[in-house]
Ligand binder design. Structure first.
Ligand SMILES: Cc1ncc(COP(=O)(O)O)c(C=O)c1O
Length: 405
């Protein structure tokens, strides 16, 4: 499908016949302490988008720049949309829905972008994909690599969560721990691609990482009976998932399939609030330290911050910050009252919805979707302080009596 790139900052356009990661002009003037410039937006050919209006049905693939090879080899997406009855009764929001993207093959929404980057690699005849990640992006790319037979080289800070690293190694990725932080792993992964070739999938660096996530919105459009919800809650760290969800609804609107964008609410932890702070103040700076327990959204220098702030304004939405206590309470509530075990980063979206609902920021009749981005099984330690398995008992009727009275 025909498409081009457009710089988010200067608007300059670039052709898509070669792999390009950033606007060379804007990215050359990046400064420490400021959100980086030069990220590229993928612009799908307008004629193609308009032609979708006449079709009886659309699929996520109709909106993607590269054809997904053998979709059932790596069946990503089509994640379930819950109508969580107990939470609907409890909150009074009768049109509340939860989209559980933890149901993807590697357990997070990152499979969506990884699959598109795999398609990009196959399109250009590349066999290797390199990236830096502290968790879900790495395991998702490793998972896609295993399915499609691609070599994945994953640079990680040595402090990255063990479960996600083991998961990546299990899928067969070459895991390279670095004695430094994520930024160092990021730079080294770029050096790797310059020296050894292949494609780089760094989040926000490769424009396909935003583009691949827009399939969430196309699925929602279909799952809700060919319409957009009124509001979507999205947990935010680097701002890529936020921009991807925005882009999906933006393309649906360009195609004439919806009239207006939903409000896309940016949910952040108070302890990692760079994008929220930038949106509120209008000053696009990074923050000195992010300390949230929700490790997947703990980000000081959001790699897609400028685009996310722009899209919060364009979707006429806002940012909601929640405490880490509220995130962990939300995680327990989702588990015990909806049967969904979400990781803390994902539960941040539910915590933000609850906060806004309590403050009356959202109409009770609104069609609200809360996006849960990752499964909780990768981070069992996050719930260990709050729940525990009781001591074992003797297999006797007396012991039963002691437990149940
Ligand atoms: C489970 C989960 N939720 C949310 C996010 C936030 O996505 P982004 O960094 O694109 O804002 C991440 C990022 O790693 C994640 O792994």
């Amino acid at each position: 499908m025909e498409f081009k790139y457009e710089c988010n900052d200067c608007g300059k356009e670039y052709p898509s016949d070669k792999i390009i990661y950033r606007c060379p002009v804007c990215s050359a003037s990046n400064e420490d302490g400021k959100m980086q410039k030069g990220n590229l937006i993928t612009k799908i050919d307008d004629k193609h988008l308009k032609s979708l209006l006449t079709k009886d049905s659309v699929t996520p693939g109709d909106f993607l720049p590269y054809k997904i090879p053998n979709e059932m080899t790596f069946p990503v997406g089509n994640t379930p949309l819950y109508s969580p009855l107990r939470l609907i009764i409890k909150t009074g929001f009768k049109n509340l829905k939860i989209k559980n993207d933890g149901a993807n093959p590697s357990g997070s929404f990152k499979d969506r972008a990884s699959q598109l980057v795999a398609a990009q690699a196959l399109h250009f005849g590349e066999k290797t994909i390199a990236l830096a990640s502290t968790g879900n992006a790495g395991s998702a790319m490793a998972c896609a690599g295993a399915a499609y037979g691609l070599d994945i080289v994953l640079f990680v800070p040595e402090s990255a969560p063990k479960a996600k690293l083991l998961q990546s190694a299990l899928y067969g990725a070459k895991v390279v721990p670095i004695k430094d932080n994520y930024d160092a792993a990021f730079s080294l992964s770029i050096e790797y691609t310059k020296k050894y070739g292949g494609i780089n999938r760094n989040t926000a660096y490769n424009p396909m990482t935003v583009e691949g996530k827009k399939t969430i919105s196309i699925e929602l459009f279909n799952q809700m009976g060919r319409k957009a919800p009124d509001a979507v809650y999205v947990p935010v760290g680097d701002g890529v998932i936020y921009s991807g969800v925005f882009k999906g609804f933006y393309d649906l609107k360009e195609a004439g399939l919806i009239d207006k964008l939903p409000k896309i609410i940016c949910a952040q932890s108070e302890k990692s609030n760079a994008i929220s702070k930038a949106w509120k103040s209008g000053v696009l700076n990074t923050i000195p330290k992010a300390t949230t327990r929700a490790d997947s959204i703990s980000v000081e220098s959001p790699a897609n911050g400028r685009m996310a702030v722009r899209y919060i304004n364009e979707s006429d939405a806002w940012a909601t910050e929640v405490t880490d206590e509220a995130i962990l309470a939300a995680q327990l509530e989702l588990g015990s009252e909806a049967g969904i075990f979400a990781e803390p980063a994902a539960a941040c979206a539910w915590a933000a919805f609850k906060k806004d609902a309590e403050e009356g920021k959202i109409d009770k009749n609104a069609e609200v979707v809360v996006l849960l981005t990752g499964i909780g099984f990768k981070d069992m330690a996050s719930v260990e302080g709050a729940i525990s398995v009781p001591e074992s008992i003797e297999p006797t009727v007396e012991a039963l009596g002691k437990v149940f009275g």
